[in-house]
Design a protein around this ligand. Structure first.
Ligand code: PEP
Length: 247
């Protein structure tokens, strides 16, 4: 089947960066063009409004479960949209761990993002313990199933998925291209059982210690459409090199 999958590289700054980094990234990225690659920068909330997304897109790292109201400290999807976001990361393993976001909360946040006109970047992935237990694929399926049950498989076409094995995040221990491809292929065929066209066109990113020197081999895998980048998204040169690897 011919596909028109969007290649993408998204930088997740997490709780890092400052106004100087905003300026460096803004100036550096807006001068460049990445052929056929959607480049997304996801800084902390306070810096979103300081970007003028030119040549790249803006994403947030989280959104509220609620539309508005008495939810101190929360930020809604429509607010993110208003300050120029097109994407929002949902279900990152750090939020699942630090903020007890379970698969049902994650599914509701995906729904909230879509309702606000944002593209959710839905993160999933196993711990080392799950991988070692032999339950890898069941676990991955259990993370995706509640989202599909809530929004329906057709609306997955409006999302981006990001496979992020927890043991590879921030550890310098990247999944091998073969390990990552195996999971990406599993996810695509699992979705294809429900809707072949949605599966064929779905962008599935890999995340977990992607660096300038390992990006190309990962992105060359047939079911890997780009990366979600943590640490290496905080240095302009490294991030640019990773974006170029996706071209
Ligand atoms: C992430 O947190 O999404 C991530 C992939 O981090 P790192 O690239 O630093 O492993």
């Amino acid at each position: 089947m011919n596909t028109m999958r969007q290649k993408m590289v998204a930088g997740n700054w997490k709780q890092n960066g400052d106004q100087a980094l905003v300026k460096t990234m803004q100036d550096g990225l807006s001068k460049l063009a990445f052929n056929g690659v959607e480049v997304v920068v996801c800084p902390p909330f306070p810096y979103l409004g300081a970007f003028e997304a030119k040549g790249f897109k803006l994403g947030a790292q989280n959104l509220s479960l609620h539309d508005s109201g008495a939810h101190t400290g929360e930020v809604s999807g429509s607010m993110l949209k208003e300050v120029g976001c097109q994407y929002v990361i949902v279900g990152h393993s750090e939020r699942r761990a630090d903020n007890s976001e379970d698969n049902d909360v994650v599914a509701q946040k995906v729904q909230q993002a879509l309702a606000a006109g944002l593209t959710p970047v839905l993160c999933f992935g196993e711990s080392e313990q799950v991988r070692d237990s032999g339950q890898l694929f069941d676990f991955i399926q259990s993370q995706l199933e509640p989202v599909i049950a809530l929004i329906g498989v057709a609306r997955l076409a409006e999302t981006v998925l990001a496979y992020e094995p927890i043991w590879a995040i921030g550890t310098g221990r990247t999944a091998t291209p073969e390990q990552a491809q195996e999971v990406h292929q599993f996810v695509r065929s699992y979705i294809a059982e429900k809707d072949a066209s949605v599966a064929a066109n779905l962008t599935i990113l890999y995340g977990g210690s992607v660096k300038a020197d390992n990006a190309e081999l990962l992105f060359a895998q047939p079911d890997i459409d780009g990366g979600l980048i943590g640490g290496a998204s905080l240095k302009l040169d490294d991030f640019v090199a990773i974006c170029q690897a996706a071209e």
